[in-house]
Design a protein around this ligand. Structure first.
Ligand code: FE2
Length: 291
């Protein structure tokens, strides 16, 4: 077994989204356009929101990929053009396969808008292979209590398995192509070795640091760490001298190696398909939210 090395470090760029929602976005950015098969990573917040001031993303479309929303604090309400609605609380995951198209809104829940508090979450965009881009939209919504988790034998590392497999625990979310998505919490001195197949691209995003990856030391929060494909495992370690626990998302997937044509909320293979997506959206063929 060989340990993957860190290729470089990418700092999430603070960006204002939708109606003024703070996100840290490692990609797409000047540093990295995409990380096949992933198209975007947003850390939403963390931001302290006063009662009545919470903002979200009003009605907007998606086509050609999947959005994965993982709430860490606060709660979001989701509504879409299929008549589907749901609420995401801390620890819940929504894996939305937009396929041929949905129009949806993602906004803080009414309760959260009234009380205010800390809003924090992560959204990842997962590209769909050409053959799946126009499939029927569908959802996997998993409450926090149903996400499988496991610990290292010394109890110093706990992993929540959103997708894929870790420490013998297997996710209940199904993915269209091989994807893993792990939320790794490490006490000071905690260490875990995660096997990663040779043909998968993998990166870490540090939610609380510092963290060490193999020989690469002390990566702080807000940084994305893409790994080289030079090994078949990733080492994550929290320095023993740390004063507090660390938390890292470890995410990977098999690259699609297909052409990407993207414009805003549409990600297809050719410019013509992007044009068609706009036409379908404008003419109402992706539907609207009417409830
Ligand atoms: Fe969205």
């Amino acid at each position: 077994m060989a340990v993957r090395s860190v290729s470089h470090i990418i700092k999430g760029i603070p960006t204002l989204e939708g109606a003024g929602f703070l996100v840290h976005r490692p990609f797409p950015s000047d540093a990295l356009s995409d990380f096949d098969p992933f198209l975007l990573l947003d850390e939403m917040g963390p931001m302290e929101v006063r009662p009545g001031e919470a903002k979200g993303a009003p009605d907007h479309p998606h086509r050609g990929f999947e959005t994965v929303t993982y709430m860490l604090s606060g709660s979001f309400r989701h509504k879409d053009s299929q008549g589907h609605q749901g609420k995401l609380a801390a620890g819940d995951v929504q894996w939305m396969t937009a396929g041929r198209g949905v129009v949806h809104s993602e906004e803080p829940s009414e309760e959260f808008q009234q009380t205010g508090g800390t809003l924090h979450g992560v959204q990842l965009w997962v590209n769909l292979p050409k053959t799946d881009k126009m499939i029927r939209p569908h959802y996997q919504e998993i409450p926090a209590a149903k996400i499988p988790s496991a610990r290292t034998s010394d109890g110093n590392v706990a992993v929540r398995v959103v997708a894929g497999e870790s420490l013998g625990a297997r996710a209940i979310i199904e993915t269209r192509t091989p994807i893993f998505y792990l939320d790794v919490a490490l006490k000071p001195g905690g260490k875990v070795v995660q096997p990663v197949a040779h043909d998968l691209n993998a990166f870490a995003y540090v939610l609380s640091g510092p963290v060490r990856f193999g020989s690469h030391t002390d990566v702080q929060r807000g940084n994305m760490v893409p790994f080289e494909r030079d090994g078949d495992e990733v080492w994550i370690e929290a320095p023993p001298e740390s004063q507090s626990s660390a938390r890292v998302l470890l995410i990977g997937g098999r690259p699609l190696n297909e052409p990407i044509a993207r414009y805003g909320p549409f990600v297809m293979n050719t410019p013509q398909e992007i044009h068609d997506a706009f036409e379908d959206y404008r003419s109402g063929r992706m539907g609207s939210i009417d409830f």
